[in-house]
Design a protein around this ligand. Structure first.
Ligand SMILES: [Zn+2]
Length: 313
């Protein structure tokens, strides 16, 4: 048992309760008490059964943070001046194509440790060599949702077969803290057929999907040239979207695409730091606020935008 006292307890419950100088008590993997003031339990008895006390004076006690879009990092600081497309071609893809098991394990262990030290207890990690990432997650103790970098074969990254093998090998490891989703790198390295197959695999496995969508203007232009439609429209047509799908970035969504996100209940990961670092632009999250106008079209846009940015349930 762990008894945490004297901290500012930010509960994130439905009433958004905050207890100044409150307590939180853990028993195994369960929170058994949260409230104001000191823990009213029998301290002497708790000590007798090996309770550990933590004095959180001057600290905030809050639920773990969830990093909804994460990549294990092996090349931090390399080629930081490049825009997204060039960065991927010159730095990211060459690095991850040459990843071996030991590199994957240590890169993941370092990345997960850094996350835990920042208060992140869950990472949604799209990367390669998932069994090695799972070992690192179990060793660090973090909750990790892992997905492969699946792309068309000519790009020499991962395949859906790799993703299925990883699911069969490590899904539910670490007392269920490791989960395996189906990953799609992004549309410039994919096709509508690959997206349909990814959806079919996710349904077969009963798991979720992780994809980059509408991250950059070059991605949108690439999609329009190759498929005649914008990325989220292509994903929608292929059946990829849904409440079990996390779409990362979504900087350049049209009004139509925002409506598709809403219709399907797709979860959008907003990544402002990454978008700023890569010069990709600013996502339309400000449109979460209701507009002054109450005309039909404005209301439609407001509702759609709210769904795209606040649809987590
Ligand atoms: Zn990403």
């Amino acid at each position: 048992m762990i008894v945490i006292e004297n901290g500012t307890v930010v509960t994130m419950d439905d009433a958004r309760s905050v207890y100044f100088g409150g307590h939180v008590v853990l028993d195994g993997d369960r929170i058994i008490a949260v409230g104001e003031g000191a823990y009213p339990g029998d301290a002497a008895m708790d000590t007798a059964v090996g309770a550990e006390g933590i004095d959180a004076s001057g600290m905030i006690v809050l639920p773990g943070l969830v990093d909804l879009h994460f990549h294990t990092a092996i090349g931090k600081g390399y080629s930081d001046h490049l825009p997204l497309w060039e960065y991927l071609d010159e730095c990211w893809y060459p690095l991850i194509r040459n990843l071996d098991a030991e590199s994957a394990y240590w890169a993941a262990a370092a990345s997960y440790l850094e996350s835990v030290k920042s208060g992140v207890t869950t990472v949604n990690d799209m990367y390669r060599r998932l069994p090695d990432l799972a070992r690192a997650a179990v060793d660090i103790g973090i909750r990790a949702v892992l997905s492969n970098d699946v792309a068309l074969p000519e790009h020499d990254l991962d395949t859906l077969a790799d993703n299925k093998d990883a699911h069969d090998a490590v899904h539910a490891r670490g007392d269920g803290r490791v989960q395996v989703y189906v990953g799609i790198e992004w549309l410039p390295l994919a096709s509508p057929g690959l997206l349909r197959d990814a959806r079919a695999l996710a349904d077969e496995l009963g798991t979720g999907i992780h994809v980059h969508l509408n991250e950059s203007l070059t991605e949108v232009e690439n999609s329009k040239q190759r498929f005649g439609r914008r990325p989220t429209e292509v994903a929608y047509d292929a059946g990829l979207l849904g409440p079990d799908c996390v779409a990362a970035h979504c900087v350049w969504l049209s009004d139509t695409e925002i409506a598709l996100m809403r219709e399907t209940g797709t979860h959008v990961s907003h990544n402002p730091s990454s978008n700023a670092k890569l010069g990709n632009g600013i996502a339309r999250v400000r449109r979460c606020s209701p507009p002054a106008s109450t005309s039909g079209s404005a209301t439609t846009r407001r509702n759609a935008t709210t769904a795209a940015t606040c649809s987590r349930s």
